[in-house]
Design a protein around this ligand. Sequence first.
Ligand code: SF4
Ligand code: SF4
Length: 189
Amino acid sequence: MASVSELLKFRCTGCGNCCKDPLLPLTDADVRRISERTGDDPVDIVRFIDRNAIDMDDEPESFALLRQGKRVMILRHEGGGCRYLGDDDRCSIYGARPLGCRIFPFDPRFDKKGKITRLKLIQATDCLYELDGENDPDQIRKLHERYEAANAAYQEKVAAWNQQQKARKRSGRAAQTARDYLAFLGLLA
Ligand code: SF4
Ligand code: SF4
């Protein structure tokens, strides 16, 4: 296994594979940022998938209870990849891209002082990287802190929504729709 210092030399070659294969869970903040940047309707930015379509059994708190069942909100793919991947294999919304795209491919662990104690590369696709680059561990830590905070804030909203839906079901009503969920997140005008 490569060491932390070796992997910190990771350099993206821009092959675009991470924007084609993996399905990317989103937070409401991701969707809002993309919608503000592109003008796209949040309904068109996302897709809702079940546990058979994504390996997230270890993150049940990311599943929203919708009329069609428990679903994860992901970035919509079109034509074999992310809808924002350009013909040149570059991201067309780079400054507004989801935090999940920004942390890729690093999967770090930190000690209490913020030092990286373990670093792995996320194995979500055939990443055609080179090890002749340079990455700042402080930047990786700050980005992961931001990513974790955004996920935690989103999961609180998922939990509140799920409570509402369970209450509806207890009173004999069906859970609400995906569109209702987007409205609950404040993403629909
Ligand atoms: S938003 Fe950009 S970086 Fe993220 S998957 Fe799509 S094209 Fe790739
Ligand atoms: S798969 Fe790896 S090398 Fe290819 S664009 Fe993504 S991060 Fe860069």
